[in-house]
Design a protein around this ligand. Structure first.
Ligand code: RP5
Length: 167
């Protein structure tokens, strides 16, 4: 989806090591047919890249940014400080503190610069993508229909009763 049409969601992350988590946001957007781009943008290691990315995001046509980072996770907040677009922050699970550090770093923004913070790890990456889709669906009937379908399929997939695992 990255190159087929103009991206409306930017998926950014602080490190290559975040991709194992953030790829779930990409998969979810692909399932919904929403064009996105993926970039490694570190608040600490590539601050100039962050300024360039965040400050041009809206003029390049992005509508929502999903930002994942771990540890001292400044990326979502710094991004939100430089763009008026909605930013959803994904706390990536860290080795030392299991992502609690990431979560608190992202969620505890001072009043005035919001970051919509989701759950730690894969669930958060999926939900950030679904929130991005919900924002875009407000002005895009095709995405609204795709999101309705995604949710209906999820509902249909829930068995009415537990089953024993194979083997
Ligand atoms: C953060 O540091 C990244 O978002 C990543 O979650 C964490 C560790 O990065 P690496 O040392 O694996 O590159 O900036």
């Amino acid at each position: 989806m990255d190159d087929r049409s103009s991206p409306v969601v930017g998926i950014i992350m602080g490190s290559q090591s975040d991709w194992e988590t953030m790829r779930h946001a990409a998969v979810t957007l692909s399932e919904l047919g929403i064009p996105y781009e993926t970039r490694i943008v570190s608040a600490h290691r590539t601050p100039a890249r962050l300024v360039e990315y965040a400050s041009t995001a809206r003029s390049r046509g992005l509508k929502v940014i999903v930002a994942g980072a771990g540890g001292a996770a400044h990326l979502p907040g710094m991004t939100a400080s430089m763009t008026p677009l909605p930013v959803f922050g994904v706390p990536v699970e860290s080795r030392a503190l299991k992502g609690l550090d990431s979560l608190l770093s992202i969620v505890q923004m001072p009043g005035g610069i919001p970051v919509g913070t989701v759950a730690i790890g894969k669930a958060g990456a999926i939900n950030a993508a679904l929130l991005a889709a919900a924002v875009i669906a407000l002005g895009d009937d095709r995405v609204a229909e795709a999101l309705d379908g995604w949710r209906a399929r999820q509902t249909d997939a829930v068995s009415p009763a537990p089953v024993d695992p194979e083997n």
